[in-house]
Ligand binder design. Structure first.
Ligand SMILES: Cc1cc2nc3c(=O)[nH]c(=O)nc-3n(C[C@H](O)[C@H](O)[C@H](O)COP(=O)(O)OP(=O)(O)OC[C@H]3O[C@@H](n4cnc5c(N)ncnc54)[C@H](O)[C@@H]3O)c2cc1C
Length: 411
């Protein structure tokens, strides 16, 4: 039996834990800060939109348990004061309340014979855990334990949050009358941030989900004084929508929070960390997902990346057989994940900066040319698809010129 400890029972840690079944020779202990009932009774954790490729990984692992009852967002619609872009996703996106999902996954892990230890793991306890296991994976998300992993300055351009975040789950949010079905809607407000609406599922079935991404100090950043209770977030959202996105106000006017924990207010500092931490002489732990690569949610990458990370780490563990999980194996395992994650980081940080001129040109062209809109919308599912155009201004302009037949000039 190979003894594996996974610290952190969220999107990434549980996906990995559920893949390491005892029948394959793994004895897995998950360290969970909260019980399933505590998770269900708590605040929302995310808006967790997942795109086709990440959903496919969950489906293959037998973990996409809410697929049938969850709205399938078939398209992306971006609306600004002067333009609208709509494009179909090749595969639908879905969002399942992480309170529902991770609470059930944790129960499932226990039902299948996995061992769970409840409580928050501190650095000293981690040293004991790592000493007693063949492999210890730290999957604690943005929790403080991630500070054990050194910051990778090369990929961490920001030392503080670029957005203030507010999210709330609601009943009563309407779709656009001309929408072909559930949509992911985005309303960027030039220089001030973004507003998103999604269709997802929570405890009592389908619901709407709202996410504000406010540039700190700007007119959308009206969240810091709020207690974060769902009624207050709904009320403040309507106030802001009336002025900044009246087209959304029309659709959201009748909304009400789904439950007492249906809101969160906060901020995320984007950071990439070194994936392996030495916690005692000769003892190393491996970081996964948000513990080592944190993106602002503006591009909806984190939960998708966590699923990819879990799948990649699982395959790397299985392929390693009985060989030791040493530092070299850990670095190699992370490197394979980073091949994907680095594009999510670059894409997200591009949108978080003052959006570059070429992004404006892409959106303007996308409003006119369905081919460009389609290529842009479907890059969210795998930002590696942006590598050859959007992430580089010259290549993006070359692509626009090829499709539109027009010379591209700076505004
Ligand atoms: C407002 C918001 C909206 C978002 N929207 C999206 C989106 O639309 N699409 C998307 O893909 N991503 C989105 N994300 C990001 C996504 O939710 C995360 O990236 C993803 O959940 C990360 O998974 P993880 O397993 O690394 O961490 P988490 O899912 O955060 O899990 C970490 C777990 O570790 C536990 N833990 C922490 N510290 C300890 C400790 N010391 N001991 C024991 N347990 C511990 C926590 O309680 C938690 O259960 C959003 C995030 C936010 C904040």
């Amino acid at each position: 039996m190979r003894r594996i400890a996974i610290v952190g029972a969220g999107q990434g840690g549980l996906h990995l834990a559920l893949g390491l079944d005892p029948g394959r020779g793994y004895e897995v202990t998950v360290h969970a800060a909260r019980t399933p009932d505590e998770v269900r009774a708590g605040r929302i954790l995310s808006t967790q939109v997942m795109y086709g490729p990440a959903l496919a990984l969950e489906r293959t692992a037998g973990l996409h348990l809410w697929e049938a009852g969850t709205p399938r967002m078939g398209s992306l619609r971006i609306t600004t004061t002067d333009t609208t872009v709509t494009a179909a996703f090749d595969e639908p996106a879905q969002s399942v309340d992480q309170r529902v999902k991770t609470a059930r996954w944790l129960e499932l892990f226990e039902e299948r014979g996995g061992r769970v230890e409840y409580g928050t793991v501190g650095p000293e306890q981690l040293e004991r855990i790592a000493g007693a296991h063949d492999l210890t994976v730290v999957a604690t998300g943005r929790g403080p334990l991630s500070e054990l992993f050194g910051r990778d300055e090369r990929h961490s351009p920001y030392d503080g949050p670029r957005r203030t975040l507010a999210a709330v789950y609601v009943h009563g949010m309407r779709s656009l009358p001309d929408a072909p079905g559930p949509q992911l809607r985005s309303s960027p407000a030039e220089g001030h941030g973004e507003f998103f609406t999604m269709d997802g599922t929570s405890f009592d079935g389908p619901c709407g989900m709202l996410l504000w991404e406010a540039v700190p100090g700007g007119p959308l950043d009206r969240w810091q004084d709020l207690p974060g209770n769902p009624d207050a977030v709904v009320e403040r959202s309507l106030e802001l929508l009336r002025t900044h996105a009246p087209w959304e106000y029309e659709l959201c006017a009748g909304m009400e929070p789904t439950d007492a924990g249906a809101a969160l207010v906060g901020a995320v500092t984007p950071v990439v960390r070194h994936p392996v931490a030495r916690i005692a002489p000769g003892t190393y732990v491996l970081g996964m997902a948000d513990a080592v690569v944190v993106n602002d949610p503006v591009t909806g990458q984190g939960a998708n990346s966590a699923a990819r990370c879990a799948d990649g780490y699982l395959r790397s563990i299985l392929a390693h057989g009985d060989a030791p999980f040493d530092r070299t194996w850990m670095l190699r395992t992370f490197a394979a994940f980073w091949e994907h994650a680095r594009h999510s980081v670059t894409f997200t940080n591009l949108l978080l900066a003052q959006p570059p001129e070429h992004m404006r040109r892409v959106l303007a062209a996308a409003a006119e040319y369905p081919e460009i809109a389609h290529r842009y919308a479907n890059g969210y599912a795998d930002p590696a698809r942006f590598r050859d155009w959007l992430l580089d201004a010259d290549r993006a302009d070359a692509y626009l010129a090829a499709v539109t037949g027009r010379q591209v000039t700076d505004a």
